[in-house]
Design a protein around this ligand. Sequence first.
Ligand code: TRP
Ligand code: SF4
Length: 400
Amino acid sequence: MYPDRVVSGMRPTGTMHLGHYHGALKNWIKMQTERPCLFFVADWHALTTHYDDPTIIERSTWDMVIDWLAAGVDPSQATIFIQSRVPEHAELHLLLSMCTPLGWLERVPTYKDQIENITNKDLATYGFLGYPLLQAADVLIYRASEVPVGEDQVPHIEMMREIARRFNHMYGKEPGFEEKAMEAVKKLGSKRAKLYMELRTQYQQEGKEDALLQGKAMLNDAQSLSMGDRERLFGYLEGSRKLILVEPHAKLTEDSRLPGLDGRKMSKSYGNAISLREDRDSVTKKVRTMPTDPARVRRTDPGDPRKCPVWQLHTVYSDEATKDWVVKGCTSAGIGCIECKQPVIDAILAEQEPMRERAQQYLDDPSLVRAIVADGCDTARKLAQETMRDVREAMGLSYS
Ligand code: TRP
Ligand code: SF4
């Protein structure tokens, strides 16, 4: 089976803030230690909405990579690259477009939603409609098993699965597949071959998911199989097709949405964000001027933390003792708001300190960042080319 790869991308459309860190990057940093990860700058995706003013994309790309590195994405563990430097993504997007029904794209909820709600831009473009398919190509080209995304992107992953399934069904008809699969079964040895055929029947006739999982596990353990035979047996287990593309799963980021300075979700467009490497004075000033419970007009007026955005930051950043101190002090007017904000300021500054330090070397020597990305692009391209070889062959484009 293909290795358990993880793929995720981010659009370079502006400065990264702490909301991105808590919502996505922390998760990436954890995943990179667990399995092979590919993280990319989705510059083509950014163009689907910013095609009329791409300058921000170029600027944001390098800043974004520095932010990732600063946050702790580790180029010795994860592959970091720029989408447009791996043009195979575009080739797969084109080939998938041939067999993707228009209705699948028109039905994607984010499409309808954005077409209706974003009125300051003309999004009635071919690129915008097709972007979930481009996203499918981004993931399928690495045969990734997991995609860490937020809730809003889950329908995109569902669509990718359908696309992979349809592709395998349509193009996975290797000549003589059944015969080759049966040859491969024999290579399992008689005991395992028997078990394999039983599990296949259980899955295909009775729909037993367990049997499928058990069969896959057995194939993963079967050392003696060649790559090609293994793939055939995976395909034969599930149906009678070769698996060319792998159906990925969404890995939902646990709800770690960071509230912004006004209590709404942190977002650049709300003007309530703290950027990842914002300077210390500015962080201090922003938190000091945050709104609080409006009932606390005077220092002696008691307040209610539930009506205060500062409290929401305490729930992310403070330990139990501090939170107790806030609740007691606020409701009894025992502490002032400035006092209450200080532990939040300290915690944010402490979180950012290692990021600022890590970023410094890259700011001092931008060639380091260029080299990391160049390496990442090479690695990604090799993997992408492997898949494209199979895809071209399956679609009758290998001309050998
Ligand atoms: N569409 C994603 C977003 O808007 C970015 C993205 C592009 C992506 N390609 C991807 C995310 C592949 C995960 C996997 O945030
Ligand atoms: Fe908000 Fe703290 Fe002031 Fe209470 S004391 S209103 S929680 S800032």
